[in-house]
Design a protein around this ligand. Structure first.
Ligand SMILES: [Mg+2]
Length: 207
């Protein structure tokens, strides 16, 4: 018999784009021309060549801009989440957004994914040193079966704790070195397939 799963789903660049709309906000104000496709790291100070302090300030400005509310979800992610919910899985958004983004995220989920998520958890942000509980700890506490992520650092931390991770291919995880519990996937199709296997008590297969 199939077993329903408990799943953590990242927000930024998994449910909806973040780097791209953030750069649309950042570039004209700084006379720069950064593109998401060129981001080889998820660390903003590294990618933008600015201090950690400035990168936090920039993210807060973006959070306060009103633009975060308006980012459309990835249609593929929205459709996949509905499929998983229909399979009976318990879904939780687990995001390292902080501060002003917290109420916006709750509104955004209510608007774009009504009835899909059991709850939203705001984890520590390992890149900026804000927050307390890591995604790994939250996933352990909530007995998650798997996490869907685009940040190789969070995916690997969960994988090392025995939680399967689906790492969606993005420019910043292109050179991902691999872990036996991390499934580096092009899109949501192998995620849906892998989770179906997990409900049957099997392991996902690699593409
Ligand atoms: Mg993300």
């Amino acid at each position: 018999m199939n077993r329903a799963l408990r799943l953590a789903v990242d927000m930024d660049d998994v449910q909806a784009p973040l780097v791209s709309p953030f750069l649309d906000f950042y570039n004209p104000r700084h006379g720069t021309a950064f593109r998401a496709a060129e981001f080889k790291t998820y660390s903003l100070p590294e990618a933008l060549g600015i201090s950690l302090e400035d990168s936090i300030a920039e993210m807060r400005l973006f959070y306060r801009s009103g633009l975060l509310d308006k980012i459309p979800p990835y249609p593929e992610a929205q459709a996949a989440l509905r499929i998983l919910k229909a399979e009976g899985d318990s879904l939780y958004t687990v995001t390292s957004r902080f501060g002003e983004a917290i109420p916006v995220t709750k509104r955004w989920e209510a608007q774009n994914n009504p009835g899909i998520f059991t709850d939203i958890y705001f984890s520590a942000n390992g890149h900026v040193g804000i927050g307390t509980l890591s995604k790994k700890i939250i996933c352990q506490k909530l007995s998650m079966d798997a996490i869907i992520e685009d940040d190789q650092r969070y995916a690997t931390e969960c994988a090392e704790a025995g939680i399967l991770a689906f790492l969606l291919e993005r420019p910043w995880n292109e050179g991902y070195a691999g872990h036996e519990n991390v499934f580096h996937v092009k899109d949501w199709t192998p995620i849906i397939d892998g989770l179906q296997r997990m409900r049957r008590g099997e392991r996902p297969t690699r593409a």
